[in-house]
Ligand binder design. Structure first.
Ligand code: SF4
Ligand code: SF4
Length: 157
């Protein structure tokens, strides 16, 4: 998994099936992210219904070609509102999380898909499965806020 920017080496095989998500250590928790990039998309929330619509307009730090945050370690200097997902706050955010997000899957009692890099052994499998946003976003600075609704998409799943 040397080409995987997320560290997944040295972890117990299928650890997520053996421990509740709230008992995972930091390395295990971080390794759950599949790199789909869908949480980095801007969303529109209906204030009356609470319904959340996904757009292809990506956060200003999202690198569309790598499907990664371009400044992950220091991202809060630029995007202070970027949410750090934890076992403690996942319930609060579950309503907007992508339905294939590993954190959402475990929180909702489901298992990971076979294309998850922890199972497939390669980060490419999330892109091959067609569930990522690589090469599929538009940059935030190119779209006026009022036009986001013209970029609403269905979640690729
Ligand atoms: S949606 Fe979940 S699995 Fe996908 S990049 Fe975001 S945190 Fe990782
Ligand atoms: S700051 Fe980085 S991790 Fe946070 S939403 Fe933007 S691109 Fe994604």
């Amino acid at each position: 998994m040397s080409d995987d920017p997320i560290k997944r080496d040295g972890l117990s095989p299928r650890f997520w099936e053996k421990k509740h998500y709230s008992k995972l250590n930091k390395a295990e928790w971080e390794a759950l992210c599949d790199g789909c990039g869908k949480c980095c998309l801007n969303k529109l929330e209906d204030p009356d219904t609470g319904e959340v619509a996904l757009t292809r307009v990506a956060c200003r730090l999202f690198d569309d070609s790598t499907c990664r945050c371009s400044q992950y370690d220091i991202r809060h200097q630029f995007v202070p509102e970027c949410i750090v997902m934890t076992p403690q706050n996942i319930e609060e955010h579950a309503y907007w999380l992508p339905k294939t997000c590993a954190y959402y899957l475990l929180w909702s009692g489901q298992n990971l898909y076979d294309w998850h890099p922890l199972i497939s052994g390669t980060p490419e499998s999330v892109h091959d499965a067609g569930v990522s946003m690589r090469d599929a976003t538009v940059a935030e600075f190119e779209v006026d806020d009022d036009d986001w609704e013209n970029h609403i998409i269905d979640e690729p799943i």
